[in-house]
Design a protein around this ligand. Structure first.
Ligand code: FES
Length: 170
């Protein structure tokens, strides 16, 4: 067996394991009214994203078409198609934060980390998401890093916060 074949097999095994776990999660939600969204969130909580390989499993389990499930996954910005980096950074772009420089902060964040919206850099350290209000409007610009909200974030403060997270354990 070549290295390439064993790599392919590893990826295939991973897909099968993921699909088996997805079937178990589908079974927990079957029969529940409006099951698709809670199910998608449960899948994302389990795997970090809703990978294309599990979409047919969800569609079959809920008696929907693959296109219907895919349509919902792509409609909601909260749902990811690919695994995020080790740390997720959410930069608020709603009105109150915009009024105090959120757009230039976002440009700095992207430049500083070398990522686009929703993108993850090659070192896999961060994923940057744009969000609209983190409930910290009086203290903008606001950024959430993993589960911690930070207010009055300047570019220099952002770099310091990101540096601490980069060096922290995942
Ligand atoms: S507008 Fe940014 S936290 Fe509410």
């Amino acid at each position: 067996m070549t290295g390439r074949e064993s790599l392919a097999e590893t990826g295939q095994d991973r897909d099968w394991e993921m699909q088996a776990r997805a079937r178990a999660i589908v079974a927990e939600h079957q029969g529940q009214p409006g099951a698709l969204l809670p199910l998608l969130h449960a899948i994302q909580a389990e795997f970090g994203c809703v990978e294309p390989s599990v979409v047919p499993v969800l569609a079959e389990g809920l008696n929907l078409s693959v296109a219907e499930v895919h349509g919902v996954v792509t409609f909601y910005h909260d749902l990811r198609h690919a695994r995020p980096g080790r740390h997720v950074i959410k930069v608020c772009q709603a009105e109150a934060c915009q009024a105090v420089g959120a757009d230039s902060l976002l440009a700095h964040v992207r430049r500083s980390l070398g990522v686009d919206r929703g993108g993850t850099p090659p070192d896999d350290a961060f994923t940057v998401d744009v969000v609209y209000c983190l409930g910290n409007c009086a203290l903008g610009p606001t950024v959430m890093i993993d589960d911690v909200v930070h207010g009055r974030v300047t570019p220099a403060r952002f770099d310091a916060l990101a540096d601490v997270r980069r060096r922290a354990a995942p």
